[in-house]
Design a binder for this molecule. Structure first.
Ligand SMILES: CC(C)(COP(=O)(O)OP(=O)(O)OC[C@H]1O[C@@H](n2cnc3c(N)ncnc32)[C@H](O)[C@@H]1OP(=O)(O)O)[C@@H](O)C(=O)NCCC(=O)NCCS
Length: 381
């Protein structure tokens, strides 16, 4: 391996980026046989020591060519004497454009090493390589990668269709960019479905085990009647896609979805979501809900809605969202939904006339409700 003389060493005191070394080989092999590396990257499968050796041997040539700047990552918990912790690099597209890629050894994940390594490389590429814009792409569903991109200041730009190559197939992806003048801090608030509970219901994030009852809820006649023209998942493939994408709303600070679960057996009972965060201060949002047919008429939704409103109106210091207002819309004639809204303290504020198309093709008014934080605090909701 003969690297150019000017391969830099970049460090923040804990995490160091340096040229790859032969001593990194075993750590690199361990990283690439790991399930998450296989799932989210295009490394060969099965992966062999020969693959690791070939990758290592090619690093010096890549540096010589100027096509990319690949670094090994070293950190205190890294593998073996070289403390190999992963790899990070930027592919040079010319004209100040680059694409970042990173992968960690499983032994150091979740300790902020990727985030630190990405920041070190971004700073160096903007300051010393004249980069203007760095792009990030990940296979759809790779939450850990999305989280690293979010934490280092990338702006999420959307979902791509069948553009991510992986061992002979092309998968859906996510992409984002960071420009030289952007801060390396999150651009949005990450909204998590934090766990909420009272004696009656438990609220949590969506899991793969919820599929059957989630789909039953969306396919039920009453749900179809009122929500049938909204593109909720109605088959297994759509459910899996929705599950993979659920954290996009969290990362962009635009929506958050809770599952209403039975406190005894964790059975899916329904969904409550907050969406349409209106202002830059995220002070107002809309709520939507639906319950499984066998959970209706038991006060389950009212209990869940009260928990969500309590969280929505609680201050950030108390772990809440600090909203001042939550609104909702219900189709004219949807008596059950409107009754839930009223019993939870919402006020009817008006109607959007003839704007809501039902599943049977008829068009009705959307009755508008809202509730203010001050009202939630004083009304017996
Ligand atoms: C993606 C990857 C590089 C992240 O490495 P890492 O060392 O765990 O990264 P960091 O510790 O700096 O940050 C990871 C963040 O993601 C979060 N995270 C990880 N998995 C998560 C999940 N399933 N859901 C939500 N957040 C998750 C962590 O909690 C952490 O956030 P926090 O510090 O705010 O708690 C690592 O998981 C990896 O090597 N994966 C396989 C290869 C890969 O996917 N590479 C990226 C290809 S685009």
């Amino acid at each position: 391996m003969r690297f150019p003389d000017d391969v830099p060493v970049l460090t923040d005191g804990r995490v160091t980026l340096r040229a790859h070394r032969p001593a990194d080989l075993e750590g690199m092999y361990e990283q690439c046989i790991d399930t998450d590396t296989q799932r989210w990257t295009s490394v060969p499968a099965p992966y062999s020591h020969e693959d690791a050796a070939a990758f290592l041997a090619s690093r010096a040539d890549v540096w010589q060519s100027g096509d990319a700047w690949p670094f090994a990552i070293e950190s205190p918990g890294g593998s073996g004497p070289s403390r190999f912790s992963g790899s990070v690099g930027i592919r040079n597209r010319g004209s100040g454009l680059g694409e970042i890629g990173f992968g960690m050894h499983p032994g150091v994940r979740g300790q902020g090493v990727a985030t630190a390594a990405v920041k070190l490389l971004l700073d160096w590429s903007f300051d010393f390589q004249g980069m203007h814009t760095v792009g990030w792409e990940a296979i759809e569903g790779n939450v850990a990668s999305l989280r690293v991109a979010w934490k280092t200041g990338f702006t999420f730009e959307g979902q791509t269709r069948a553009r991510m190559p992986q061992r002979g197939r092309v998968l859906n992806g996510w992409r984002g960019t960071l420009t030289a003048s952007d801060s390396r801090e999150p651009k949005t608030r990450w909204l998590d479905p934090v766990a909420l509970a009272d004696g009656r219901v438990r609220l949590r994030g969506l899991g793969l085990d919820d599929e059957q009852r989630y789909l039953q809820t969306n396919a039920d006649q009453e749900s179809l009647r009122w929500l049938g023209n909204i593109a909720f998942p109605r088959d297994s493939q759509a459910f899996l896609r929705h599950h993979a994408r659920r954290c996009v709303g969290s990362a962009t600070g635009s929506s958050v979805e809770w599952v209403i679960a039975d406190p005894d057996d964790d059975r899916y009972l329904g969904t409550v979501n907050l969406f349409g965060f209106y202002s830059l201060d995220y002070q107002s949002a809309e709520v939507g809900y639906r319950t499984h047919p066998d959970a209706r008429g038991r006060g389950v939704l009212q209990a869940a809605l009260r928990l969500v409103l309590g969280h929505a109106f609680a201050s950030a210091d108390d772990g809440g969202l600090g909203l001042t207002r939550v609104s909702l819309g219900a189709g004219d004639g949807n008596v059950a939904s409107q009754q839930v809204a009223r019993s939870c303290g919402f006020t009817e504020t008006g109607r959007d006339r003839q704007c809501y198309e039902l599943y049977d093709g008829s068009i009705v008014d959307l009755v508008r409700f809202d509730i203010l934080a001050s009202e939630f605090a004083t009304r017996r909701c």
